[in-house]
Design a protein around this ligand. Structure first.
Ligand SMILES: NC(=O)c1ccc[n+]([C@@H]2O[C@H](COP(=O)([O-])OP(=O)(O)OC[C@H]3O[C@@H](n4cnc5c(N)ncnc54)[C@H](O)[C@@H]3O)[C@@H](O)[C@H]2O)c1
Length: 283
């Protein structure tokens, strides 16, 4: 018996990157997955990978910012699997034109909000209706470290992701008593082929130099104070394509800061460490 046997999940943006890893991880844990992406061929590829690994999945193409596509996606999920227990609102888009406020083109701002905020909201709206009917479910919104820190690039993306965290809190508060769990995950920079091909080298350098989450190319991250922490998910237990990600992205965001004894605070509880990290960001 696996943890997610008989559960059904929808993962948006599962045609590549983190979404594909999440879809593979869910199916490895026993869930059936609806792989959704705006790119049909990429979604089909993920489904093929899942089936090769013995999992169950179908592909449904769609644009997360279009309400009609969500109606279609939920209907296709219920028709094929009879329920939806998990939604991973993962699809998003960043633009290298989203550089700073002075040069901000409102079209770039609007596109960031449309995909990165309206998309997850529509996902919550349509999947919630199905989950409430069946008595509960879990929604995971993929936010970003960019939502929590000031950064030297991507202000529109960061604002949309910050609003996604607020959306998460609203959903959890509004529907928690009806059996809905809603959580957000804020990854740090996670390099993969798709991202490297899209972003100019300079953009990646700025991000990796300024994000708090470790990145292998960033000297600040070596060694991470909790690299041997037993709370980390062992890379060997994750699908192959996740290992690189697992190696560079800790489950907690706090990083040692100059003048702070390499987390002598490692004795601190996770929640105190998180608080300390946020306080230091705002001071
Ligand atoms: N990679 C990182 O460093 C990083 C860091 C923080 C947060 N995140 C977040 O993690 C999630 C996944 O990131 P990633 O790097 O794997 O992204 P990615 O760009 O590699 O993949 C995103 C997927 O979403 C799909 N997509 C894009 N627009 C869509 C739309 N309108 N409708 C449906 N699908 C669409 C793309 O086709 C792609 O397959 C995103 O929410 C992203 O903001 C990523």
């Amino acid at each position: 018996m696996k943890l997610l046997d008989e559960k059904v999940g929808i993962v948006t943006g599962a045609g590549g990157g983190i979404g594909r890893c999440v879809a593979l991880a869910l199916t490895a844990a026993g869930a059936a997955v609806v792989v959704s992406d705006i790119r049909q061929a990429a979604a089909d590829e993920t489904v093929a990978l899942i089936r090769q690994a013995g999992g169950e999945a179908i592909a449904v193409v769609g644009d997360i910012s279009e309400e009609a596509d969500w109606v279609r996606l939920v209907a296709a999920t219920i028709e094929r699997f009879g329920a939806v227990d998990i939604l991973v609102n993962n699809a998003a888009a960043a633009s290298f034109k989203d550089r700073d406020i002075l040069s901000m083109d409102v079209a770039v701002w609007d596109a960031a909000m449309r995909i990165n905020l309206r998309g997850p909201m529509l996902g919550c709206k349509h999947v919630l209706a199905a989950m409430l009917q069946q008595g509960g479910g879990a929604i995971i919104n993929i936010a970003s470290g960019a939502a929590l820190t000031g950064q030297l690039s991507q202000p529109a993306y960061g604002a949309a992701k910050a609003a996604t965290i607020s959306l998460t809190r609203s959903v959890a508060t509004l529907y928690g008593k009806q059996g809905i769990r809603c959580n957000a995950i804020a990854p740090g920079l996670i390099m993969h082929e798709g991202l490297a091909a899209f972003f100019p080298e300079e953009h990646i350098r700025i991000d990796s130099d300024n994000l708090l989450t470790p990145h292998p190319a960033n000297p600040r991250t070596s060694p991470t104070p909790w690299s041997s922490s037993p709370r980390r998910i062992p890379a060997s237990s994750m699908p192959r394509c996740c290992r690189w990600t697992a190696a560079c992205s800790p489950t907690r965001r706090a990083m040692p800061r100059p003048g702070r004894s390499a987390w002598a605070a490692s004795a601190m509880s996770a929640s105190r460490r998180r608080k300390a990290s946020l306080i230091s960001l705002h001071s």
